[in-house]
Design a protein around this ligand. Structure first.
Ligand code: DGL
Length: 251
């Protein structure tokens, strides 16, 4: 039976959720985190909903086998596909991440908001509901292939991808860019080069970390430490773990 000293499971389709993990560590340094990157099955965002659900079911079994006290879905796509179903099925806190459209609507002046996410995230009901509520001036931009460039740390290709993606827009008329996929958070340095300084670049990592703290506190599940992190991947650990370590250092 999980208690306050049990680990918190965190998962993503790959290395993107490492940025979320870093935010969780900053917010809750006393917690034990078990991060799982499903690299062997990435990307999720261009698969079918059933295929993604099957991957998530396997990960949940794995995390529950480690007696986790809570799960953070550090993946916008997996949250959109599975958060509601997992909450109905399991009796433990499940925290998801969603595109930061609400914070973007708060910083918006007269300009537009570009929302970058996977094709799957933008297609599903969860995003549609968010868009109906906070989407004034927002332009959804599906980015197939972009997460793979982050996985490969292919910065030059990612720069070209983003320049092409933004080419139809007058960036001086953009108020915010929403990073609606956890992988894209690692593109912030490139976005800083490309975007005018007036554009706010927003992601959901800090909000997710605050939400985890609130939920654990309300259930008296906060640990007093000492904290630690274990990284796991379904891919080739010799290749993937060094990338995860590097990104964790950078984040
Ligand atoms: N990192 C994921 C997200 O936040 C998904 C990337 C993918 O697997 O396509 O949406």
């Amino acid at each position: 039976m999980a208690d306050r000293n049990s680990p918190i499971g965190v998962f993503d389709s790959g290395v993107g959720g490492i940025g979320t993990l870093a935010a969780l560590r900053r917010e809750l340094p006393g917690e034990t985190f078990l991060f799982y990157g499903d690299t062997a099955n990435a990307p999720y965002g261009t698969k079918s909903r059933d295929e993604v659900m099957a991957c998530i079911n396997r990960i949940m079994e794995h995390l529950l086998g480690h007696d986790v006290k809570a799960v953070v879905i550090a993946c916008n796509t997996a949250t959109a596909v599975a958060a509601a179903e997992l909450r109905a099925r399991y009796d433990l806190p499940i925290i998801g991440i969603e595109p930061a459209l609400k914070p973007a609507s708060e910083v918006r002046r007269e300009g537009s908001i570009l929302v970058l996410a996977t094709p799957m995230t933008l297609k599903l009901e969860k995003f549609r509901a968010l868009y109906a509520r906070y989407g004034e001036g927002a332009i959804p931009l599906p980015c197939p292939g972009l997460m793979e460039l982050v996985e490969r740390e292919a910065d030059d290709e990612a720069r070209r991808y983003l320049l092409e993606l933004f080419s139809p827009y007058d960036l001086t008329k953009v108020d915010a860019v929403v990073l609606g996929c956890t992988h894209y958070v690692f593109l912030r340095p490139i976005l800083k080069e490309i975007l005018p300084e007036t554009v706010s670049v927003l992601d959901g990592n800090e909000g997710t970390a605050r939400q985890l703290r609130r939920v654990l506190a309300s259930k008296e599940l906060l640990s007093e430490g000492p904290g630690s992190v274990t990284l796991e991947t379904s891919g080739n650990p010799t290749l993937v773990l060094p990338v995860m370590q590097r990104l964790l250092g950078r984040a």
